[in-house]
Design a protein around this ligand. Structure first.
Ligand code: C6P
Length: 420
């Protein structure tokens, strides 16, 4: 059994999961859209926010708002303490060794760009290789293309299997003595596949390469332990984890961070500046130039508290139940093709309907109150691999219910009727 499977099975029974109580924590869920109760199934794009997060943001701006690491006055000290407490919450959440290994950034995209432009430019030489996979989000493709253009390094791509899995054997064949970095998503946003990242990291380390894991679609669903994975970098966004937008995290092993040059220059990241030179702070502040998203970090801390209180294993188990129900109903639907049928998936169901464009499916679903994402999901190579222009994607979160899955299925039947 793979580690990902173990995580999903060592969980509490679905019937102790009190979805009704959980839903009462999310004000945005209780509204009508086009006269129908909202069924929010676009959670892979961004999740709704619990009251706890909304209240923490409100309270921060009402009571504690000040800049961090700068003032000696009471508000600045309170803001700094709350900001650094959030970093410690992230440390515990990912089981990092030290809070200094965690850099607050805008989101997964910025975290990956930081590694590419800081670690990458300092370490890559012409003909070195960066390995990515065919199932990556554009955020884990374009920064590496830019870096290769800047350094003369080459991009190698691990192909995806027909069901959306990655073959470890094919990956191992691509790794070589020129591989310097592997960048792979923990879970695919377009297919839902949970990738065997622990095994991939271990193989990369045998060749001396470092590994960045894009955890944007993993942290809301799986317990992530960066020390157990032994990844060198791990990136995620707060807004997919019930936290605010504009905040995310880059985890990096301290030995790497210490050797990395700054990504941006400005205030907060320096100990001393003259016109000749600047003396940089130690990590993580070296990588947090300018006033950071203080409220966002504190809000992310509150979101982590919320997820911890419910239990990430219980959340994963609940979402698997919804995925199984939706997959069973959709798999039998004539003219419907599920894109991404790997055995290890998070709660993501991408599909196409014969002769109906995904955007039309999305519009009909929206008219019935059902919010899904349609399009290429910022993963055009995935669309090309499965020869579809776009998919409709339902993605589940801790507050979704079996009844909502049934509404989704009925809405898809309706779309077939309208365009059939
Ligand atoms: N995927 C989706 O609907 P940001 O935008 O920086 O918070 O996250 C980027 C990103 C990186 N990697 C993966 C695997 C992702 O899924 C995303 C964001 C959203 O699928 C928006 S395109």
């Amino acid at each position: 059994m793979t580690p990902a499977r173990e995580i999903l099975l060592h969980t509490v029974p679905v019937d102790v999961f009190d979805t009704e109580r959980i839903r009462s924590d999310f004000p945005a869920l209780h509204q009508a859209v086009h006269g129908q109760p909202l069924v929010y199934l676009d959670n892979a794009a961004t999740t709704q926010k619990p009251l706890k997060v909304i209240e923490v943001l409100d309270s921060y701006y009402r009571n504690d708002n000040a800049n961090v690491h700068r003032g000696v006055h009471a508000l600045s000290e309170r803001a700094t303490a709350a900001y650094e407490a959030a970093r410690e919450k992230v440390r515990k959440f990912l089981n990092a060794q030290s809070p200094q290994e965690l850099v607050f950034v805008r989101g997964t995209t910025e975290a990956i760009n930081l590694v590419a432009q800081s670690w990458g430019r300092a370490n890559l030489r012409p003909n070195d290789e960066v390995v990515i996979t065919e199932t990556e989000h554009h955020s884990n493709i374009v920064p590496w293309q830019m870096l290769c253009g800047q350094t003369g390094a080459k991009l190698r791509v691990v192909p995806a299997e027909d069901n959306g899995e990655l073959s470890v054997e094919r990956y191992a064949q691509i790794l070589g003595e020129r591989t310097r970095l592997v960048a792979v998503s923990h879970c695919s946003n377009a297919l839902g596949t949970i990738n065997p990242v622990k095994q991939m990291i271990s193989l990369a380390h045998e060749t001396g390469a470092v590994v960045l894991v894009d955890g944007a679609q993993a942290v809301p669903h799986l317990a992530v332990d960066v020390r157990d994975l032994d990844c060198d970098f791990y990136a995620f966004s707060g807004h997919k984890l019930y936290g605010p937008t504009g905040i995310g995290v880059l985890y990096a092993k301290m030995a790497l961070l210490q050797d990395m040059p700054p990504y941006q220059g400005g205030g907060e990241m320096v100990k001393h500046v003259s016109f000749d030179h600047a003396i940089y702070h130690d990590p993580p502040l070296r990588f947090e130039a300018g006033t950071p998203n203080i409220a966002g970090a504190i809000g992310l801390g509150a979101a982590i508290d919320y997820v911890d209180a419910v239990g990430i294993e219980a959340i994963g188990r609940h979402e698997q139940d919804l995925l199984a129900r939706a997959t069973a109903a959709m798999a039998g639907m004539p003219g419907l093709r599920i894109i991404g049928t790997a055995p290890e998936k998070t709660g993501i169901l991408s599909f196409v309907l014969q002769n109906i464009h995904a955007h039309d499916v999305g519009t009909i679903l929206d008219m019935q109150g059902v919010a899904v994402r349609v399009g290429h999901h910022c993963a055009i190579p995935v669309m090309q691999r499965y020869q579809v222009p776009a998919t409709a994607r339902a993605s589940f979160a801790l507050y979704n219910t079996r009844e909502e899955v049934d509404v989704l299925v009925a809405a898809v039947y309706r779309a077939k009727e309208v365009f059939g």
